[in-house]
Design a protein around this ligand. Sequence first.
Ligand code: NAD
Length: 495
Amino acid sequence: MHQYIAGRREDGTGEADLTVLDPATGRVVARSTHAGAEDVERAVAAARAAQPGWAGATPGERSALMHRLAAVLDERSADLAALETSQTGKPIRLTTNFDVPGTVDNVAFFAGAARQLEGKAQAEYSGQHASSIRREPIGVVGSIAPWNYPLQMAAWKILPAIAAGNTIVLKPAEITPLTAIAFAEACTEAGIPDGVVNVVTGHGRVAGEALIGHPDVDMVSFTGSTPVGKRIAEIAAQTVKRVHLELGGKAPFVVFDDADLEAAIHGAVAGSLINTGQDCTAATRAYVHRSRFDEFVEGVAELFAAIKLGDPTDPATDLGPLSSLRQRDAVAGYVERARGYGAKIVVGGAFPDELRGTAYESGAYYRPTLVTGVSQDSEIVQQELFGPVLVALPFDDDDEAIRLANDTPFGLAASAWTRDLVRAHRASREIQAGCVWINDHIPIISEMPHGGYKQSGYGKDMSSYSLEEYTQVKHVMHDITGAARKDWHRTIFSA
Ligand code: NAD
């Protein structure tokens, strides 16, 4: 039963057969039914009914329940990590050390942040009124999440919304619904009232569109690809909903000639391969000063070749499969087309030979792939692949490096590698991205915002910035003169 509505698991009433597959083996992990419009209707009604009570709880009360949620999730860490691995193929080392503890930390952060929400203090701007700001919840939030970090994305969407007094209906990606439901169940167990957190699982075109177009949903928050984000904004515009979009990325990784090359090479490998490259902030375009280019390519190729692919449940495995065969084939398609237009595949570009004849033979695996010899305007440099593929291109001076880094429609994240303070400051100022790392690439932290520039979207996840986005600002203007006839009435009354 893969719908979670008003504190209960239910079957969906939509078209049959929601099948969750383990992408490492193709084995069926779970079967259920998809949500149809009717389920979305009930979930939105449950969220609407719960909203006034939840908004009426004090910040301290909401915070206490969310702290309890952190404890419930923490207790279940091992089970959650195993469940996430089973539906995504992520190595257990990643789910155990990153997905689950990151989620628990996020819950703890928002439990604290729930008590920090404040409007500006009162001030008497007109001399005749006291003005103050109320920050109020928006109401019912409809959220849609992708499949790359199902548990963390559920947390990023649910937590700021409920910390601010909203209720929510979340639709996770159809291929990875299991940990979002486990998260919602943990909310109930922690004592968060029924209807505050609801999950509908189903297809984007059916359940997703029913949710964002629903007249009783007040705000839409979406994490996913840029084309779907555009469609969501269009649908939401029909009912003038507030929209929050966290979209695709194509992060540049700029290595200046004075960089610590050992650090840059290790950073590029970890930063491009995390989550098998299915990370919206993953390093995808390495721009390396021509004087260090060969050394960089050689170093990355050597480490890529040594990466151990295989059983995601084995702590010794470095890299799992992609999230689905469809995604693996899409990534392989980009690489094959690049071969066709003259790219050099330095390493990778194929299914790992060592997995042939094993239980993982039909898994969605793809070797870490390093590509050179392509031009800046080629498809593999401009478009988001979402796989374990790094493209390296040389540059000759700092102006060119920054120009190339900014030359895609995306602007989610970037990194610059240098020991020169002035260069570091210039890169952080001039690279157009929601996050710029200096001498690192990937780390995130609950206290700091995550979100895009340009076609990577608008709105922030995590941090107090996201909390504010799930509120609306009300100005209260209170007369302090007590006069029946106000000065400004002169505009109407002549005498
Ligand atoms: P996707 O856009 O295909 O799907 C995302 C979600 O949207 C899924 O739940 C899907 O069912 C739903 N959906 C699809 N069509 C829909 C429609 N017409 N109406 C409503 N909902 C619809 O993305 P994906 O392939 O699941 O995830 C990968 C993408 O997510 C990448 O582009 C990646 O960069 C992006 N992403 C961004 C961030 C970020 O914070 N910016 C984080 C993670 C992933």
